[in-house]
Design a protein around this ligand. Sequence first.
Ligand SMILES: Nc1ncnc2c1ncn2[C@@H]1O[C@H](COP(=O)(O)OP(=O)(O)OP(=O)(O)O)[C@@H](O)[C@H]1O
Ligand SMILES: [Mg+2]
Length: 306
Amino acid sequence: MEVLQYLEVQNINPALIRDIKKFREQYPVADEVKHRVVKPMMPFYGKEILEMGIAAMLQKENLLLTGSKATGKNVLAENLAWIFGRPSYNISFHVNTGSAELIGTDTFEDNQVKLRKGSIYQCAQYGGFGILDEINMAKNDAVSVLHATLDYRRSIDVPGYDKIELHEAARFIGTMNYGYAGTKELNEALVSRFLVIDMPDQTEETLEKIFAEAFPDGKPEMMKQFMGLFMDLQTKAENGEISTKAIDLRGVLAALRTIRQGLSPLLAVRMGVVNKCFDTFEKEIVEDVVMTRIPEEWKTSDIFEG
Ligand SMILES: Nc1ncnc2c1ncn2[C@@H]1O[C@H](COP(=O)(O)OP(=O)(O)OP(=O)(O)O)[C@@H](O)[C@H]1O
Ligand SMILES: [Mg+2]
């Protein structure tokens, strides 16, 4: 099976792989939601983090993934759903997220009031993996409707309808970035219902794997320069010389894709990295780092194989 192969290549503990296999056999997926079991666009790299996530899911825990932007929180959540062979439901939290969206809302159908089931309800029913994306964007009282869902009660009280129990295979994975505009502190009672993984900074090892996966046609010595650029900036941010605005792996990967499209490397990096700083002083520092890594005269053909 493709999933098990992926886990073996990642060198995941065989005891975990064995139990994932059991889990998958134990919980077949209903036909009507099979289309929601999807292979993610990219694998998650990072054995330790993956093992932490898998162990939590096996033990019926919910998982909260915290960390800065582009550290792979959503990639990890999607991979976990796929590893466990479950339908996934992505729920983007925002200031107006409320119980109607999460649990359900009354609608009129055939002259009757019926419940239009929200995403959490559907997870409960089908044993889905609910990805509670940017969970700290929502107001705490909106999220408090999930307290009974997320703890040992594993139930949802649907106002005006019944109380329903969560399917044995249902799990919830929250993601959050702290400190961003619009985010709130999660209240302790909510955090208490999750195991928390603080996503680590990228290491050279994970970067190499991500780049090799995304750009198999990239010239290896050139890919090293782009990884080096990212690592240089990450180090500068760790040392407090710059903020984390320019530390955006997503931006570096996007820049490389526009280079492959034919754009000059320097212009591409300006869009993907440099222009993410709005402070002129900081921008200059970032530009200096870019200049040492990416010479102006480089072209697409220097970076990618014909
Ligand atoms: N460990 C990793 N394994 C695989 N890909 C990764 C990893 N870390 C980062 N990435 C890359 O970074 C990109 C962003 O990942 P993702 O969307 O999961 O980040 P995020 O942590 O959810 O960020 P945000 O907080 O901004 O939503 C992905 O497209 C992927 O290419
Ligand atoms: Mg995300």
